[in-house]
Design a protein around this ligand. Structure first.
Ligand SMILES: Cc1cc2nc3c(=O)[nH]c(=O)nc-3n(C[C@H](O)[C@H](O)[C@H](O)COP(=O)(O)O)c2cc1C
Length: 183
């Protein structure tokens, strides 16, 4: 039988009417432990700054609207790359395939030369597109919404490309995970 859900280390959250409660949200480690059990794919978000490639690894990406076609990113306020992407206004979202852990690590580093050792080529519109992606989504920033220590970036979708039918790279409980198999 499946293990029963158990309370977090601390009962931290309660709705105003007391109808529900959950543990641990005031403890960042507990928050990460619990929310980290939501498995996601991974993307890299890339753009140009002074004609040089810039980008960052992004887990918090999702489809948002089909009509009009829009996507959503949640971006750390401390990101040094995001202000550069914002200035350019256009960016690409690359969906990572199994085996692209190194690319995910490279673009998660803060600082210059993130693209050193990364295989990439300009997309049709000139954005830096890493090789070996599952999919490529070109976006134009539409608006930003304040969200605590993050901001939500909403972007209109332009060109779309599909890559190999490989399995995706997954992120689960703070670690990279290979998916079961390609379709
Ligand atoms: C697996 C993984 C997922 C990440 N997901 C996000 C994310 O969803 N949003 C975000 O702003 N940063 C995310 N980051 C952090 C950025 O990739 C990057 O480290 C951060 O933006 C600092 O780099 P910068 O100063 O160049 O922006 C993630 C990092 C890793 C390793």
């Amino acid at each position: 039988m499946a293990e029963a859900l158990r309370p977090g280390p601390e009962a931290g959250i309660r709705s105003d009417d007391g109808a529900w409660a959950s543990g641990g949200a005031s403890d960042p480690a507990a928050y990460k432990d619990v929310l980290g059990r939501f498995c996601t794919g991974l993307t890299v978000v890339t753009s140009l700054h002074d004609d040089e490639p810039v980008g960052f690894t992004c887990q918090a990406f999702s489809a948002l609207s089909l009509d009009p076609p829009e996507v959503l990113l949640s971006v750390q306020r401390t990101s040094t790359t995001w202000p550069r992407i914002r200035r350019h206004g256009r960016f690409g979202v690359g969906v990572l395939a199994t085996g692209q852990d190194e690319l995910a690590r490279a673009l998660a580093r803060s600082g210059p030369d993130k693209f050193r050792g990364v295989d990439w080529a300009p997309s049709a519109t000139g954005l830096p597109r890493p090789e070996g992606l599952l999919a490529w989504i070109e976006c134009a920033l539409v608006r930003e919404v304040d969200a605590g220590d993050h901001l939500l970036a909403i972007a209109a979708v332009g060109a779309l490309e599909v890559g190999a039918d490989d399995a995706p790279l997954l992120y689960f409980r703070g670690d990279f995970l290979a998916a079961g198999g390609a379709r």
